[in-house]
Design a protein around this ligand. Sequence first.
Ligand SMILES: [Zn+2]
Length: 47
Amino acid sequence: MIWVCTRCGYEVESEQRPDLCAMCYAAMHHMVPKKVESEEKPEEKKD
Ligand SMILES: [Zn+2]
């Protein structure tokens, strides 16, 4: 998955949350999972 640094916007692909941002060295809690628009179903439609 892809993690995004909320401080500098740096993106890194990793299985686990990175310990530090490689760009600005923000702590890991600044790294948030990036939303990927893949197979997300918006809403179920019932007719
Ligand atoms: Zn950063």
